[in-house]
Design a protein around this ligand. Structure first.
Ligand code: ADP
Length: 495
C-alpha cells in the first residue's frame, strides 16, 4: 500500500511515536518504555521514541536473520531494482522527510534538511545500480582446476548512526548492505529517531519484511546489545571517537569486521595565490555554518597565507554575519540550532576555553528575536583568530559553529600545521598553482582531499578517514564490496 506524504512534521512525529520497526511493522518496545523527543528550536516535546533494549535487539536480529536467507538468494539485480525503487519513492517523500528531520534535529530546512532528504534518495538509487558489480574473479591457479572467487553476503549487519545527518548516514550503510544481500538492524540516535523510522517505514512498501529493521534506544542499553549479539556479523558505526572505541572493543570480542566513521578537525589551506571569492564560499560551506558546524568534515582549521589572512578574515566575518539564524522550518532561515543541551553546553564551554586560551573571539550573526524560540539551542557562530596551534580549540573536535583561523608564511609550514592533528578525515587546499595542488594532495594526511572546493559525501566517492577519524570507507562501490561482503575462493578439481 503506497504511503501518502504527511507534510506537517508535528503530526508525523506523533504518528511515529513510541515505535521500532521490526519485520515490516511498527512495534512498541517489549519493556513498554519510551523517552521524549524534543524540538531543539523550542525545547518542546514533539513525540516519543521507543526505549529499546536487549530484548528488542534479539527480536529484530532474529527477524533479520530469518529474512536474509531469501533476500541473499534473489538475483542481485532484483535486489538492486527494489533499492532503486526505494530511492524513487523516498524522493517523492523528500519534502516530508526534510521537514521531519528539521523538526527533530534543528537543522534549517532550506539549507540543510531538504538537501539531506534528496541525497538520501539518491544514495538508494546509486547503490541499487551497483547490484551487478557483485562480481568475482577467475584465478589462473592450475589448468586442471577451475579457480574462482565470489562475493558473499556477511549476514545480519548492525548499523549505529548519529544525529547530525541521520538519514543520509543511515543510507550509506543500509543501501550497500542490502544490495549486497545482507539484512540490517539499525540503532538510531537518541535525538533523531523519527525521520529515520519514517524512511524505514516508507521502504517497507517495496522491501520484503525483515530485511531492514530499525530500533531506537540509548547507546549502552540498545546499541551495545546490538554490537554484542551473536548473529550480528558486521557493524558499521558513525559517531564519536570514544564510542567508536567501545564498539570496536565489543566487536573484537566476537572477531567481526567493523567500519568506523569518527571525528575530524579538518584543515583548509588557503595559499597566497588562491581565488579569495571561492575560498570564502568554500569556508562557509566547508565549515557547515548552516548546520551549526555539526559535521565530522567541518573545515574547522583554516590555515591562511599571511598575504591574504586579514582580508580572508574580514570577508569571512562579513559573510557569516549575513546568515540568518532562526526557526529551522522557516524558509528564510540559514542556520538552525545545536542538537541538544549537552552539546550546547559543550560548544559554549569550548568558546569560553578559547577566550581563556587567549584567542581573539569574533562572535557573528544574531540570535533570533522570536519569543517562541527563546528556549532554542542557538549558538552564534564564532571565528577565532590569533589561535595557538597547541590550544585545545585548535586540536579538539568541537562539533559546533566554531572555526579557528591561523596565519602561515610557507607552504611547508602550512602542511605541517595541517597534518599536526590526531584526526585525518578531510582536507582542502585552495590555490591556482597546479604543482602546489598536486604536492598538497599527496602530502595531506586525510581520507578525503579536495582542491578549490569543499563538497560533502557524494555517491561513488569513497569517504572515510585515517588516524582517529576511523577505519574503512563508505559511499562507494569499493566500500560496498569490501565492507558488506566477504570473498570466497572456490577451487574445482577436474582431474
Ligand atoms: P554523541 O556523543 O554525539 O551522542 P555517540 O558516538 O555517543 O555520539 O553516538 C553515536 C551513536 O552511537 C548513537 O546512536 C548512540 O546511541 C550510539 N552509542 C552510544 N554509546 C554506545 C555504546 N556503548 N554501544 C553502541 N552504541 C552506542
Amino acid at each position: 500500500m503506497p504511503i501518502d506524504p504527511i507534510l506537517d512534521p508535528s503530526v508525523l512525529a506523533k504518528e511515529l511515536s513510541g515505535y521500532h520497526l521490526i519485520n515490516g511493522k511498527l512495534v512498541a518496545p517489549k519493556n513498554g518504555k519510551t523517552f521524549d523527543v524534543l524540538n531543539p528550536a523550542t525545547g518542546k516535546v514533539i513525540g516519543q521514541a521507543a526505549d529499546g533494549d536487549a530484548d528488542d535487539v534479539a527480536i529484530a536480529v532474529a527477524a533479520a536473520k530469518a529474512a536474509q536467507k531469501d533476500w541473499a538468494e534473489r538475483p542481485a539485480r532484483e535486489r538492486g531494482k527494489l533499492l532503486a525503487e526505494c530511492g524513487r519513492i523516498l524522493m517523492s517523500h523528500a519534502e516530508e522527510l526534510g521537514r521531519l528531520v528539521a523538526l527533530e534535529s534543528g537543522k534549517a530546512l532550506r539549507t540543510e534538511s531538504r538537501v539531506e532528504a534528496s541525497v538520501l534518495a539518491d544514495m538508494f538509487v546509486f547503490f541499487g545500480g551497483l547490484a551487478s558489480e557483485l562480481k568475482g574473479e577467475t584465478v589462473p591457479f592450475n589448468p586442471n582446476m577451475m579457480t574462482l572467487t565470489t562475493r558473499e553476503a556477511v549476514g545480519v549487519v548492525g548499523a549505529i548512526i548519529p544525529w547530525n545527518v541521520p538519514m543520509m548516514l543511515m543510507a550509506i550503510k543500509v543501501a550497500p548492505a542490502l544490495v549486497a544481500g545482507n539484512a540490517v538492524v539499525v540503532k538510531s540516535a537518541e535525538d533523531t529517531p523519527l525521520a529515520v523510522l519514517r524512511v524505514c517505514q516508507i521502504m517497507q512498501e517495496v522491501l520484503p519484511a525483515g530485511v531492514f529493521n530499525i530500533l531506537s534506544g540509548f547507546g549502552p542499553s540498545c546499541g551495545g546489545p546490538l554490537v554484542e549479539h551473536k548473529d550480528v556479523k558486521k557493524v558499521s558505526f558513525t559517531g564519536s571517537v570514544e564510542t567508536g572505541r567501545t564498539v570496536y572493543r565489543a566487536a573484537a570480542e566476537k572477531l567481526i569486521p567493523v567500519t568506523l566513521e569518527l571525528g575530524g578537525k579538518s584543515p583548509m589551506i588557503v595559499m597566497g595565490d588562491a581565488d579569495l571569492d571561492k575560498a570564502i564560499a568554500g569556508a562557509i560551506g566547508g565549515m557547515r555554518f548552516t548546520r551549526q558546524g555539526q559535521s565530522c568534515t567541518a573545515a574547522s582549521r583554516m590555515l591562511v597565507h599571511e598575504s591574504l589572512h586579514d582580508e580572508f578574515v574580514k570577508r569571512l566575518i562579513d559573510k557569516v554575519n549575513t546568515l540568518k539564524m532562526g526557526d529551522p522550518l522557516d524558509e528564510e532561515t540559514d542556520i538552525g540550532t545545536i542538537i541538544n543541551r549537552k552539546q550546547f553546553d559543550k560548544v559554549c564551554g569550548y568558546i569560553e576555553v578559547g577566550e581563556k586560551e587567549g584567542a581573539t573571539k569574533n562572535e557573528l550573526s544574531a540570535l533570533p528575536t522570536d519569543s517562541a524560540l527563546s528556549d532554542g539551542l542557538f549558538v552564534r557562530p564564532v571565528i577565532f583568530t590569533n589561535v595557538d596551534p597547541n590550544a585545545r580549540i585548535a586540536r579538539e573536535e568541537i562539533f559546533g559553529p566554531v572555526a579557528c583561523v591561523f596565519k602561515f608564511k610557507t607552504f611547508e609550514e602550512a602542511l605541517e600545521l595541517a597534518n599536526d592533528s590526531d584526526f585525518g578525515l578531510a582536507a582542502t587546499v585552495w590555490t591556482t598553482d597546479l604543482k602546489t595542488a598536486l604536492v598538497a594532495t599527496k602530502r595531506l594526511e586525510a581520507g578525503f582531499v579536495q582542491v578549490n572546493q569543499n563538497l560533502v559525501v557524494q555517491p561513488n566517492l569513497s569517504y572515510g578517514g585515517i588516524k582517529l577519524s576511523g577505519l574503512g570507507k563508505e559511499a562507494s562501490l569499493e566500500s560496498m564490496l569490501e565492507h558488506f561482503t566477504y570473498k570466497k575462493t572456490i577451487i574445482l578439481n577436474m582431474e
